[in-house]
Write a protein that binds this ligand. Structure first.
Ligand code: DPM
Length: 323
């Protein structure tokens, strides 16, 4: 008797935003999967997301529930694509019903970087002159830097990395703060002037890692995607995401984190700051990495006891008022 084996190879459709960074990330994931599963074809389908279409509005004002992810999620639920590759930090901590975070890839350097105008090439973040204009659209970066360097000025900056760099080089800003990982992936690592230490800027939840989202009932794909998962990054990012979820924070909140794994233990540090940089609460928890999500929740509760909720409520009210 011959056994029946399914020989029709499946074609898996990967959804991606059209931005240069998104495509680099998606092609990287495609290549890793193609190497692991040479018999399956992985095709890339691009889509524009809401966040890509409104480049001139400050991020914090347009709300952020899935700004860069929603169209891809609709595509997955409609079976137009099978999975989507996201910068994990742009993926909301609550996913739509029917979708799951299937895998988290190995994290690159999660730090923030200082990129300076040529005239400041001998300066560091702590030696930039009084009134120097720093370009950032991140409330997290803004709040932490204002806290440490009240003599600096801050101005919104939007657009892709090339646009931002041209504005910097044209003298509209003295410096920009951008993710090390994004600059490196785009081949602009040479513009990283200083990697900001965690004492100055705690990075965003999930920064530097990629998150793969797919339908929860696609068990075949879920098991394939495990091939590109990095367990240590997953534990760290699950702790960070549980912390953010517990605080009901979206992607545009002045919440920063740092995680480390030593042996079996995971250490998670978190910060919640007011936009003016005046109020800031920070604490650290350590426990076994297996309980990553529980650690994140614990840290959120600790910070809540120290006033984090009042700081966040104030920010949500400000954003609602459109100020
Ligand atoms: C989110 C933030 C920013 C991005 C907010 C934050 C930065 C916005 C800005 C949630 N998403 O970090 O506090 O400064 O204007 C984004 C970048 C990357 C993914 C670029 C960057 C690349 C790094 C990565 C935008 N999303 O942070 O400079 O994949 O982790």
């Amino acid at each position: 008797m011959t056994s029946v084996v399914s020989t029709s190879p499946r074609t898996i459709r990967i959804g991606s935003r059209k931005s240069q960074l998104a495509l680099i990330q998606t092609y990287w994931v495609q290549e890793q999967l193609q190497k692991s599963f040479p018999g399956i074809s992985f095709d890339v389908h691009t889509m524009s997301t809401h966040g890509d279409k409104i480049l001139d509005v400050a991020l914090a004002k347009i709300g952020d529930k899935g700004l860069f992810t929603k169209e891809l999620e609709v595509g997955m639920l409609n079976q137009e694509i099978d999975f989507a590759v996201h910068s994990l930090k742009d993926l909301p901590t609550r996913l739509p019903q029917g979708l799951v975070l299937a895998a988290i890839t190995e994290r690159e350097n999660p730090a923030d970087a200082l990129v300076v105008h040529e005239k400041h090439k001998d300066k560091q973040i702590d030696t930039l002159p009084e009134g120097a204009v720093i370009g950032t659209s991140s409330l997290r970066r803004l709040a932490q830097l204002r806290h440490h360097f009240p003599h600096l000025q801050f101005k919104d900056v939007r657009g892709n990395l090339n646009t931002r760099m041209s504005k910097l080089d044209a003298g509209e800003y003295d410096a920009l703060i951008l993710a090390v990982a994004g600059l490196e992936r785009l081949g602009m690592g040479d513009r990283i002037h200083q990697s900001l230490p965690k004492e100055i800027s705690l990075h965003a939840v999930g920064q530097g890692a990629l998150g793969i989202e797919c339908r929860e009932d696609d068990s075949e794909l879920l098991s394939l995607l495990k091939a590109i998962e990095h367990p240590e990054t997953r534990d760290r990012c699950l702790a960070e995401r549980a912390f953010l979820r517990e605080l009901e924070g979206g992607c545009q909140v002045p919440i920063g984190v740092n995680t480390e794994i030593v042996g079996e233990n995971l250490t998670l540090t978190g910060i919640v700051a007011s936009v003016d940089g005046q109020k800031l609460v920070k604490d650290t928890v350590t426990g076994v990495a297996q309980n990553a999500e529980q650690l994140g929740q614990e840290l959120a509760q600790l910070l809540r006891q120290q006033g984090a909720q009042e700081i966040l409520d104030e920010i949500f009210a400000q954003i609602q008022r459109g100020s």
